[in-house]
Design a protein around this ligand. Structure first.
Ligand code: ZN
Length: 95
């Protein structure tokens, strides 16, 4: 999934579900500071955290997100989106 495809997919989900992005791209230093790690999806600008007008998590958006190639993690305080094929752990090469 390209950065452009990811942006289009996340925007579509957010617009359809009353979402607001609270975090997107991060420098490696900032990612570490907020509990992430070097090579995580946010440092690739392929990770987005979103909240909704209805609350912090929205499982109702999962089906749409999956159909657009996204993986969703329902985390405390927000939903995290990333490409479904983004590898786990520190990533040095993608795709
Ligand atoms: Zn996140």
């Amino acid at each position: 999934m390209t950065l452009s495809q990811f942006c289009d997919a996340v925007a579509a989900v957010g617009k359809a579900h009353g979402g607001s992005v609270t975090s997107w791209g991060r420098s490696p230093q900032h990612s570490i500071r907020v509990g992430g790690f070097v090579g995580d999806p946010h440092t690739w600008w392929l990770g987005v955290d979103m909240v909704y007008d209805t609350g912090a998590n929205r499982p109702e958006a999962d089906q749409m997100a999956h159909s657009l190639g996204l993986k969703v993690l329902h985390e405390k305080g927000h939903d995290h989106y990333q490409p479904a094929d983004f590898p786990a752990g520190p990533v040095t090469k993608y795709p």
